[in-house]
Design a protein around this ligand. Structure first.
Ligand SMILES: Nc1ncnc2c1ncn2[C@@H]1O[C@H](COP(=O)(O)OP(=O)(O)OP(=O)(O)O)[C@@H](O)[C@H]1O
Ligand SMILES: [Mg+2]
Length: 379
């Protein structure tokens, strides 16, 4: 109760009614309750009052001469400055209240004359509460977005600034190895090798982190991209792994989509790369990239014959740094799928996985079919 009163003190309510007696009754009821009250005797004045300073809530009579309540509501809902103000309609018990029309016009509730004080107050407080919660949600969302951006910026700056000194470390180690190797004993050579390997691993990690942080930083200038060319480029990049592991990779004809070339290469490369990597050591990877069109989207599947993923890990693997297989057997930083998810979402698609432990995994993602309205061709 105290809480309600305290909140009520701040709320500013506009009552719109062409009957002065009604205005008086309602105004007294609300003022007693601690609300700030404004009054308007017709629709025109109500609209002017809301435009000059939007109230927290409007009680709006339906039946008024010249401009009725539905029309006032329609006009207020059409203007960005006033559209968020909740409107409760007032109607006489014997009027034929068109509830559907009231809600369609943008009203959130209605009360009937003669007024039941407790009911009117309860309805007003209920609407004010919804409005406060909505406001809180919007503010919290803004704050979340801001702190997320800040975090990504932080990750980006840190990774970027770490790159330079790390390059110096690995560069000097390489120099030491080249120039002084004959003078070093086996143990010193082993130490240098380890420093070099660790440095290279760290460079890869930083590079992956930068890629991850950059996905939604880049201005999205999408172009028409032929995924068949992306696929050829990816096979080129994965040459070494394909040859070493005797991998076979086949594909359906891939679509032309609207997208970012570098990001699509990263997407295909990580998914196909994972398919080559996560196989038992005595199995030759067999990967097939399938394509089906479902209405206005392409569904692309990347199927492998690898070790599989437990169903309980399907969600986890798309989070950054989450790996569900031993780091000693299968190298990697656990950033690839998190980056893929961001890329697919940037392209307005979805990504998911299905798998059979010990038999294989299929990653699916969707991409919108290029829209004929934008002048871009369907394939
Ligand atoms: N095709 C697959 N088969 C089995 N497990 C997979 C497959 N793809 C991904 N995983 C599991 O999901 C985890 C996350 O994959 P992700 O691509 O993000 O990381 P990574 O390949 O380990 O490292 P990175 O891609 O950053 O080099 C992997 O570590 C692995 O446990
Ligand atoms: Mg990977």
């Amino acid at each position: 109760m105290i809480d309600n009163l305290a909140q009520a003190v701040k709320a500013d309510i506009l009552i719109v009614d062409d009957t002065p007696d009604n205005l008086r009754v309602l105004s007294a009821m609300l003022t007693n309750r601690g609300y700030e009250v404004r009054k308007a005797l017709n629709g025109q004045r109500a609209i002017a009052s809301v435009h000059s300073e939007p109230p927290n809530l409007i009680l709006l009579d339906i039946k008024m001469p010249e401009m009725d309540g539905y029309e006032v509501c329609k006009q207020l809902k059409a203007a960005p400055r006033t559209c968020e103000v909740p409107i409760i309609f007032i109607s006489a018990l014997d009027d034929a209240l068109d509830k559907v029309r009231a809600f369609a016009a943008g009203g959130v509730d209605y009360v009937t004359k003669p007024f039941q004080e407790a009911e009117v107050l309860a309805r007003i407080e209920h609407q004010l509460r919804i409005q406060r919660l909505q406001h809180q949600l919007v503010e919290q969302n803004k704050e979340l977005l801001r702190s997320n951006r800040e975090l990504e910026q932080f990750a980006y700056v840190v990774s970027h600034d770490l790159q330079q000194p790390l390059q110096s470390v690995t560069g000097f180690v390489k120099l030491l190895q080249l120039k002084y190797e004959p003078m070093l004993d086996r143990m010193a050579q082993d130490y240098l090798n380890r420093i070099h390997e660790t440095g290279s691993r760290m460079q890869r990690l930083i590079q992956d982190l930068l890629t991850y942080a950059q996905v939604d930083k880049q201005e999205q200038e999408f172009q028409m991209i032929d995924c068949n060319q992306i696929f050829d480029q990816v096979l080129d990049n994965l040459q070494e792994a394909i040859i070493t592991k005797h991998a076979t990779i086949t594909h359906d004809i891939l679509p032309v989509v609207q997208g970012n070339e570098i990001q699509l290469i990263q997407l295909f490369q990580n998914l196909i790369g994972n398919g080559i990597k996560f196989v038992p050591f005595d199995v030759n990877p067999k990967i097939h990239v399938s394509v089906i069109q479902q209405k206005n989207q392409w569904q692309i599947g990347i199927q492998d014959n690898g070790i599989g993923i437990k169903a309980e890990n399907y969600e986890q693997i798309f989070e950054i740094f989450q790996r569900v297989h031993s780091a000693e057997t299968y190298t990697g930083t656990g950033i690839g799928l998190a980056t893929c998810k961001k890329i697919v979402e940037q392209h307005k698609g979805q990504i998911w996985v299905t798998s059979q432990l010990g038999e294989g995994t299929t990653f699916y993602f969707t991409l919108p079919v290029a829209n004929a309205d934008t002048g871009l061709e369907k394939r």
